[in-house]
Write a protein that binds this ligand. Structure first.
Ligand code: HPA
Ligand code: ZN
Length: 339
């Protein structure tokens, strides 16, 4: 197992499902609260961690949005992303596509430009320091209206060349993909890729909507697709990338136990699954820990792990020549680490 853990850490991989606000560690939350003179309802880092016990998605979201209140300045967003990129680099991540929730910040009077410029400066640094390629995914909050999503897309206009895709996150049940059909059409017309959280808590019907109404390029989570054999066949035939997040699934009670996680069933069904961390500061592990935990719980083989890493690159929103370059790095690693 130790050998396999070292193999996982060094395995070149892309992270495709990571909310940058969900990488806010309690230590940084305290430091930013102090720097910005903001009161937070916790006395210590330990107390913050103790509060991270969730029974569903909404439980988590309430705490996640409250935590984001300490993020105020361009420097804060830089420091947040810089800390994530350092962790990701240590986990063998060579490409990261990070999601951000501008509405969580603009609703508090933070300028869209401060959010994205802070993230962009950390992206430049990550490339320089680690050779990591990175991209931004702007997420719309699905508990808000489509008009508000349109407003956010308009605010993003000056930075559209720095945004790769739009996503849809927050409270899933009751807010199906079709609610945002028009804004996704508008985003597509601007050259953006489309990815949607679907089938985390929501039913298979939401995954169908993401495919049929939105024509999604990628599905985030997608776990509940497994309840529908016809849907599984469609996802397999389309080789649709699913950005699966094992520790998130455990902490948000999408699975009761990691020993029941469906990652290997997804691979066995021919689904193009990937492993990601979602909100690592809240769910107990970065992407390497997600690979290690689910590999141990489900007895994944080196071939499974190599497939998951390969899927992470072929599922990335990168041009073909850059994907090929990442795959060469992966193949060289696999050749240098035979079983
Ligand atoms: N699901 C929905 N919205 C989110 C999540 C998630 O796992 N993480 C951050 N926002
Ligand atoms: Zn997510």
């Amino acid at each position: 197992m130790t050998d396999l853990n070292a193999f996982i850490t060094g395995l070149p991989k892309a992270e495709l499902h990571l909310h940058i606000e969900g990488s806010l560690e309690p230590e940084l939350m305290f430091a930013l609260a102090e720097r910005n003179g903001i009161a937070i309802p916790y006395a210590s880092v330990e107390e913050v961690r103790a509060a991270y016990a969730f029974s569903n998605l909404q439980d988590f979201l309430d705490i996640y949005y409250a935590g984001a209140a300490v993020l105020q300045t361009r420097a804060d967003f830089h420091d947040l992303a810089a800390a994530y990129f350092a962790r990701a680099a240590a986990d063998g991540v060579t490409h990261a596509e990070i999601m951000f929730d501008p509405q969580t910040h603009t609703a508090r009077g933070i300028a869209f430009g401060d959010v994205i410029e802070g993230l962009m400066s950390a992206q430049a640094e990550a490339h320089q320091r680690y050779g990591m390629t990175t991209q931004l995914i702007l997420c719309f909050l699905r508990h808000l209206s489509e008009d508000e999503a349109f407003d956010t897309l308009a605010q993003a206009e000056p930075w559209l060349d720095r945004i790769t895709a739009v996503g849809l996150d927050s409270s899933e049940v009751g807010h199906p993909p079709a609610k945002f059909a028009r804004v996704f059409v508008a985003a597509r017309a601007k050259g953006l890729k489309l990815t949607l959280h679907a089938g985390e808590e929501g039913p298979p019907a939401y995954v169908y909507e993401a495919l049929d109404v939105i024509e999604a390029d990628r599905i985030d989570h997608g776990n509940r697709s497994l309840e529908d054999a016809v849907l599984v066949e469609r996802l397999r035939d389309a080789q649709m990338t699913l950005t699966v997040c094992p520790l998130s699934n455990l902490k948000l009670c999408v699975v009761d136990d990691l020993a029941e996680h469906p990652i290997d069933r997804m691979l066995a069904a021919g689904l193009k699954a990937t492993i990601n961390s979602d909100d690592p500061a809240y769910f107990g592990g970065y992407v390497g820990e997600n690979y290690r935990a689910v590999a141990a719980a489900r007895g994944l083989s080196r071939d499974d792990l190599a497939t998951l890493a390969r899927n992470s690159f072929t599922g990335a929103f990168l041009p073909p020549d850059e994907i090929a370059r990442h795959l060469e790095t992966l193949d060289a690693y696999l050749a240098a680490h035979p079983s």
